[in-house]
Design a binder for this molecule. Structure first.
Ligand code: FAD
Ligand code: EPU
Length: 343
């Protein structure tokens, strides 16, 4: 029987390294243990925790943290073109990517080195280097906390969008994702069009393209600019890249010819939030990039990443994020939206 713990430090369980506690804590390895924990806990707010790499705790959590440790990778079916893998929500995401590469299952190589667990991957439809989770998603099973029953969600049920899903929106805090089933390609379809991948592959002198080569290129690019949470606390991009109308982008380009934007399929333009943050600052002369106040700061190599140099509180990081949001709005008339979940 799984038991509940009380007053547990969450510092080891969040990649920002924020030193907060949770009133109640229970870990589970399957749906049965999860039900036991919920049945034996008081009626308090619940927070499902994976790797804690997309969260900012601004205070102690006065509820129950449910730590997902459901493991296992199981092949459920295959045909000539695809293999279907059902993966426990507690599996480490990057280890799962490496498993796919070892077995020559293609589709997740561009998503190498994203921290966190498989169970959180549908939450914000994780994405990087031209691929999103939705491109390899088949279905998931999730446990409804109030009803205590399991549901299956297919692709269309999840309403995946850019860094968004039904679980981040209308079903927030209602479901615990237990397993995710992926559809992976036996015959690889390479995605090398995004950003610096081609350049990196050339630098690596890759003669024959493979999913492993792409994974290595992505790992090289990521480690060159994203801080390792084991060294500097962070949760990756703190804000989403905002979309604006074509007219608004043209007006920005007139005022700021270097502004960076990419065309969306619907005619709008996605701005690089990192550029907006780098080109605004605490006053008119300076940039936020590399800014530090106490132990809260903006990473010197990637302005979209807020960091904790050691002893920042979550509130200090949040306050800095609010100042950045205001200054970007004042300078460019664009409102940033936080990607990180604020708790
Ligand atoms: P957590 O932080 O534990 O949880 C995140 C949210 O999901 C919370 O709301 C939590 O309650 C909920 N949740 C977690 N597990 C479950 C579950 N089983 N059921 C229901 N709800 C659940 N993200 C990208 O998309 N692309 C990137 O390129 C990227 N790069 C990053 C780089 C760095 C250095 C870091 C630190 C983060 C990066 N991220 C990126 C963000 C993060 O890695 C992803 O959002 C990841 O999916 C979070 O997984 P986690 O297990 O740590 O989630
Ligand atoms: N830029 C700057 N200054 C900066 C940072 C970026 O000018 O300090 C500009 C550059 O012009 C650069 C452009 O922004 O070319 C894009 O930068 P980058 O390629 O680093 O990507 P990003 O838009 O900052 C997004 C995702 C990342 C993902 C990468 C690669 C969001 C919010 N972030 O970052 O995801 O890994 O692309 O696909 O969409 C995350 O979600 O946590 C995350 C790290």
């Amino acid at each position: 029987m799984e038991s509940l713990s009380t007053d547990i430090s969450l510092a080891p369980f969040n990649s920002f390294g924020i030193k907060v506690k949770t009133r109640w804590y229970g870990k589970f390895c399957d749906a049965g243990e999860l039900t036991q924990i919920i049945n034996s806990s008081p009626r308090v707010p619940k927070l499902v925790l994976g790797g804690g790499s997309n969260l900012l705790f601004t205070k102690d959590f006065e509820g129950l943290v449910l730590k997902n440790e459901i493991m296992g990778i199981q092949k459920t079916s295959e045909d000539e073109n695809f293999v279907y893998l059902k993966v426990g929500a507690g599996e480490n995401w990057h280890r799962f990517v490496m498993y796919c590469i070892e077995n020559n299952y293609a589709g997740v190589e561009n998503l190498s080195l994203i921290p966190g667990c498989v169970g959180a991957s549908p939450m914000q439809n994780i994405g990087a280097y031209g691929v999103e989770l939705k491109d390899v998603f088949h279905e998931l099973t999730a446990f409804h906390i109030e009803e205590k029953s399991n549901y299956t969600f297919r692709l269309k049920d999840c309403q995946f969008g850019y860094r968004d899903s039904v679980f981040k929106g209308k079903y927030r805090n209602q479901f615990v994702i237990l397993h995710v089933t992926f559809r992976l390609n036996k015959k690889p379809v390479f995605h090398t069009g995004y950003g610096a991948i081609e350049q990196e592959l050339a630098k690596m002198d890759v003669k024959e393209l493979s999913i492993r080569a792409i994974s290595n290129a992505v790992i090289n690019i990521r480690t060159s600019k994203l801080p390792d949470p084991l060294e500097i606390g962070n949760a990756g991009s703190f804000y989403k890249n905002p979309s604006v109308s074509k007219e608004k982008f043209q007006q920005l380009k007139t005022d700021f010819p270097d502004a960076v934007g990419y065309d969306n399929a619907d005619g709008s333009v996605k701005l690089a939030a990192g550029w907006l943050i780098e080109h605004s600052g605490p006053d008119n002369e300076t940039s936020w990039k590399g800014y530090r106040l106490g132990d809260a700061g903006v990473h010197p190599l990637q302005a979209l990443v807020l960091v904790n140099y050691g002893n920042a509180t979550g509130q200090e990081v949040y306050d800095l994020s609010e100042r950045i949001l205001q200054s970007v709005h004042n300078k460019f008339g664009v409102t940033l939206e936080r990607e990180v979940n604020i708790i």
